[in-house]
Design a binder for this molecule. Structure first.
Ligand SMILES: [Zn+2]
Length: 191
């Protein structure tokens, strides 16, 4: 997430306090951001600042997939995150997908949460959830977009290392999760 000018690490959620992350608040720019300090999860949706965001939205419009899953990393059991500011019916699709994905994780012997994200009204409590990239993707082309968080890409003492690699030759004790997500997505789409 980068560092402050005094070398202190930025941490979640205060790392989101400055956006774009530029100027005197930056020690080293972390991987949250593109080179211009824009966090692609929190671009300016009515006039995106980042060329990467514009390209992503353009690709979504052209391809119009049923599902877009954005793979993130966090220090906790894997989770399908709720997407805010979208129709309730799409929230229900995400919840149903997550329930089935977690069931599939259990079958595979992987850590799994009890249930997918609760379907609820946005902003009933403070702070309200953000209209983020997943929200913007839905409103760009109408599909179901959500974030999947796991420990992939980061190392924590509290959780096993996870990789999204697809090669079946992994022998170093890592957990391969992406194939399970794809398997579950394929079943959900009935193909
Ligand atoms: Zn994330």
């Amino acid at each position: 997430m980068g560092t402050q000018p005094d070398g202190t690490d930025y941490v979640w959620p205060s790392v989101k306090r400055y956006h774009p992350m530029r100027g005197a608040v930056v020690g080293t720019l972390g991987a949250y951001f593109n080179d211009a300090g824009v966090n692609l999860m929190h671009d300016e949706w009515f006039q995106p600042m980042a060329e990467e965001t514009r390209g992503f939205l353009r690709l979504a419009r052209e391809e119009a997939p049923d599902f877009i899953v954005s793979l993130h990393s966090h220090e906790s059991s894997p989770s399908v995150e709720p997407t805010a500011c979208i129709p309730r019916t799409v929230k229900e699709t995400i919840r149903a997908f997550a329930d089935r994905l977690y069931a599939r994780y259990r079958v595979a012997g992987l850590p799994a949460r009890e249930a997918g994200p609760a379907v609820q009204e946005d902003g009933a409590a403070f702070p309200p959830p953000s209209f983020n990239l997943a929200s913007a993707l839905h409103h760009t082309y109408g599909g179901t977009a959500f974030i999947h968080e796991s420990t992939a890409g980061a190392r924590y003492k509290s959780a096993p290392e996870v990789t999204h690699e697809t090669n079946p030759g992994s022998t170093n004790g890592t957990v391969r999760r992406a194939p399970v997500i794809r398997d579950r997505a394929t079943c959900t789409l009935g193909t």
